[in-house]
Ligand binder design. Structure first.
Ligand code: MN
Length: 206
């Protein structure tokens, strides 16, 4: 089995105001592609039947240590970027049950965004910031490197941290346009969150 680079629902220059074309192109065709190539290289020798990337990522404990660590970074990278691309869209609106739930958990949308920005700024080094659902509650968490919330199982109740959406805060995601201005990048990405996709994920997370 092997994974392939997902096609985007938009062009590399569609988000130019917020994320420049060159960053989008390199991020998709080079960074994401290399996570896929690395994952495929490992899986080639293992006799695995077709398995979704989510399934692979939650079953890393089944691999011996070296492969596990390698897949954690690379299969994680494939899953995270797949979610990231699908999670971007111009001009969608936060509404319905997801909006209600964010307001219930964070009191206001503005407060939610502020919390999200704070977690982003407090995260040191490469990683991701996520809105996740665990049990019936929403939380904002960051993960290091290419860890995905699904890898972090709540051992108390065995409930997964289900990612609703995530923002890539590796420097490769923003450095060409924003250099060290990570907060400007995050604030910019609010214009690109695909709330339709986030809502679908939220509704499917039960
Ligand atoms: Mn990335």
């Amino acid at each position: 089995m092997s994974y392939i680079l997902p096609k985007l629902d938009y062009s590399y220059d569609d988000f130019e105001t917020y994320i420049d074309k060159k960053t989008m192109f390199i991020h998709h065709t080079k960074h994401h592609q290399s996570y896929i190539d690395n994952t495929n290289k490992v899986l080639k020798d293992l006799e695995l039947s077709e398995v979704s990337i989510e399934n692979l990522v939650v079953n890393l404990d089944k691999f011996e240590k070296d492969k596990k660590n390698f897949l954690r970074n690379n299969a994680g990278g494939h899953l995270n970027h797949t979610l990231f691309w699908k999670g971007l869209k111009l001009g969608s609106n936060l509404k319905g049950k997801l909006k209600n739930s964010i307001e219930n958990n964070f009191s206001t949308i503005d407060n939610f965004k502020q919390q999200f920005e704070k977690v982003s700024m407090n995260h040191f080094g490469s990683g991701w910031v996520w809105l996740i659902k665990n049990s019936n509650n929403l939380h904002i968490i960051s993960t290091s490197n290419q860890d995905n919330p699904l890898m972090i199982k709540n051992t108390k109740n065995n409930i997964f941290n289900f990612p609703i959406f995530g923002i890539d805060i590796w420097e490769h995601a923003y450095y060409l346009k924003y250099q060290n201005r990570k907060l400007d990048y995050i604030k910019s990405v609010w214009n690109l969150i695909n709330w339709d996709e986030a809502s679908v994920r939220f509704l499917n997370s039960d």
